[in-house]
Design a protein around this ligand. Structure first.
Ligand SMILES: C[S@@+](CC[C@H](N)C(=O)[O-])C[C@H]1O[C@@H](n2cnc3c(N)ncnc32)[C@H](O)[C@@H]1O
Length: 270
């Protein structure tokens, strides 16, 4: 199996080019995290979203009166979001969040819906948190939302390709999404370190069937950092000059450990 640490920006864009046309059908119905963020933001505030994708979060924040800047490195994702982001008046920046220098500060920074898990190496995580710190106003807050660790994250042979949903697309096709997760192997390490690496290959499969029964199948495979704990995030924040204010476990702000998300709200340490 291929080593996820060889994953390049081109590989990432190729995977996102496959996923982007399905992204809004897949994640559009998810609004609980958007509502959480609308509850935290205040109209008139300057908001920066890192890894904004198709604007599922950025556009509604702009529509409630925030001054929103959306950053993403994927041309394919930004292209899908363009009409929505433009209509909402979002300032769009095509850039890698790890080395972002906008020369501006914000009241609220958002790294939403598991975007942080695209950062596979510690140096990428720290570079992104450093960028977040640079763009945070003295009283500003940073919110990071990711998938809480699950037993499957360290299981070398979890069940593969499970049906997630069946929906009808705007063009009338019947679409099913199946997804699978497989612990990645790092060829340079033994099994114990493979697990400590905590990177999984995620496979998304979208099957679209039109009215005459023709099947169009899209497959995309990409690596994600899984098994990211509160302790690990606390250490990363401390090393980046950031201080946690609160931890939550769900989008309705249950305590951390009581849900399938992990959400940290942090400020500049000094
Ligand atoms: C799971 S999607 C989330 C999109 C959006 N925030 C949402 O909640 O619908 C992750 C996004 O992060 C972006 N991303 C991943 N690594 C990035 C990086 N280093 N710099 C900028 N964007 C990145 C991807 O292109 C993708 O659009």
């Amino acid at each position: 199996m291929d080593d996820p640490l060889n994953w390049s920006a081109d590989d990432q864009e190729q995977a996102l080019r496959a996923i982007a046309p399905w992204y809004d059908l897949d994640f559009g119905p998810l609004t609980d995290d958007v509502e959480m963020l609308q509850g935290l933001a205040v109209a008139g505030q300057r908001v920066l979203e890192l890894g904004a994708g198709s604007g599922r979060i950025a556009a509604p924040l702009a529509q409630m009166g925030c001054e929103v800047t959306a950053v993403d490195s994927s041309e394919a994702m930004l292209a899908v979001g363009e009409p929505r982001l433009k209509q909402a008046g979002v300032n769009v920046v095509s850039a890698d969040m790890r080395c972002l220098h906008l020369g501006a500060e914000f009241d609220l920074l958002v790294i939403g819906l598991s975007t942080f898990q695209h950062l596979l190496r510690r140096q990428d995580q720290l570079a992104t948190l450093g960028a977040a710190r640079r763009h945070l106003d003295a009283g500003g807050r940073l919110l990071i939302d990711w998938t809480a660790p699950r037993p499957d994250d360290i299981d070398p042979s979890p069940p593969f390709m499970q049906l997630e949903w069946l929906r009808r697309s705007d063009s009338g096709e019947m679409v099913t999404k199946s997804a699978g997760q497989e612990l990645a192997q790092n060829r340079t390490c033994g099994d114990a370190l493979d697990r400590a690496l905590s990177v999984a290959w995620i496979t998304y499969q979208y099957d679209a069937v039109d009215e005459v029964g023709r099947l169009r199948r899209t497959l995309a495979r990409f690596p994600l950092r899984v098994n990211l704990t509160v302790g690990e995030m606390a250490g990363l924040l401390a090393q980046s000059g950031l201080r946690p204010i609160d931890w939550f476990g769900s989008w309705d702000l249950a305590p951390a450990g009581d849900g399938d998300r992990l959400i940290v709200l942090a400020k500049a340490a000094s």
